[in-house]
Write a protein that binds this ligand. Structure first.
Ligand code: LMR
Length: 329
């Protein structure tokens, strides 16, 4: 590994010697927090492959998984400053900057993955991406991970009263906080990178996450009660530093956008398949217990969570929730 100074970085980043050769080669450093064998990890790698191929090696996407460069707390700031060129955070992690984005954190909106695909690539998502312009970020597309389930150290989470006083990890989103407050739990903010230790220390007892995230980071070994609730979705926004985007030629921008467009369907299907595969792998773990909420239990959750939809309407002056419901139909 060697180091090369890159115009867009205040940090010198490691790069692969073999990939360098052209003086005018463009390096896009892409940082993310999850493992490589996940929907996002695989998508970032596929994107890198496509861009390299389409640009004949002129544009190189250098990937940094597992939060080795930046974590949830600082990756957006690093992107805005141009210390890194691309990130793909979970939508919930952008909601402090853009509260309207919490529309996609609302529970019990989606019934299946196809609905999620349509929303992530429809008019509403275009409006959300455009909002990134206001924070010096160029929004490119959305990627899917999957539906969130509940994992807990101690108990299945089927009935609403089983949430009472439970210390549950949340991502930084007021809607996610309110979701667990309405269930009378204790939401605690934790970055993805700090979560494992927080669970080990009993600081966190439960979390909502996709099966792929529960599997790839080994959380299930500490949180062996998994309740299949499909209560919300976890999706990513793929974004680039706006000045960096502007510095690219039309042809280079087209290569980036075409690569993302070309892999859009593949990415979605891959995410669904990987969560299904991880489900089978988790089912094979003896110590693990799976529970599924019944229709009646779901109705109880929904009743407890009812006030959350009007809370969103107070957060956002845009009618994104109505638009979301219309686009799903
Ligand atoms: C989490 O923090 O649990 C997820 O957002 C991680 C990820 O990027 O999938």
């Amino acid at each position: 590994i060697s180091y090369r100074f890159d115009l867009w970085n205040t940090k010198d980043l490691p790069y692969d010697d073999e990939q360098v050769g052209l003086d005018d080669q463009i390096v896009i450093n892409f940082s993310h927090v999850v493992a490589e064998n996940t929907p996002k990890g695989l998508a970032v790698n596929k994107f890198a492959e496509l861009v390299k191929e389409k640009s004949d090696g002129e544009i190189i996407v250098q990937t940094y998984p597992n939060g080795i460069l930046y974590n949830d707390e600082n990756e957006l700031a690093a992107l805005q400053k141009g210390d890194i060129q691309m990130i793909a955070p979970t939508i919930s992690k952008i909601t402090e900057a853009l509260p309207t984005w919490q529309v996609l954190d609302l529970p019990f909106i989606f019934e299946n993955d196809e609905q999620v695909y349509d929303i992530l690539h429809g008019d509403l998502s275009n409006s959300l991406l455009q909002e990134l312009d206001s924070i010096n970020v160029h929004g490119l597309t959305f990627w899917h991970n999957g539906f969130k389930q509940m994992a807990s150290n101690t108990t299945p989470l089927l009935e609403v009263d089983q949430f009472k006083d439970l210390k549950i990890r949340i991502m930084p989103s007021d809607i996610l906080k309110e979701q667990f407050l309405l269930l009378k739990a204790k939401p605690i903010l934790k970055t993805f990178n700090d979560l494992y230790i927080a669970i080990q220390n009993n600081e966190i007892i439960a979390q909502e996450n996709t099966l792929s995230n529960l599997y790839s980071k080994g959380y299930y070994s500490m949180q062996p009660n998994i309740t299949l609730s499909n209560h919300g979705i976890l999706a990513y926004s793929v974004m680039m530093n706006a000045d960096f985007w502007e510095s690219l030629t039309d042809d280079q921008q087209k290569i980036i956008q075409d690569s993302l467009d070309e892999m859009q369907r593949w990415q979605h299907d891959q995410a669904v398949a990987l969560n299904a595969e991880n489900y089978q792998q988790l089912k094979a773990v003896k110590e693990l217990k799976f529970y599924t909420i019944s229709d009646q239990q779901r109705a109880h959750w929904m009743e407890a969570l009812q006030p959350i939809y009007s809370s969103y309407e107070k957060i956002s002056n845009k009618d994104f929730l109505t638009q979301l419901r219309e686009e799903i139909q």
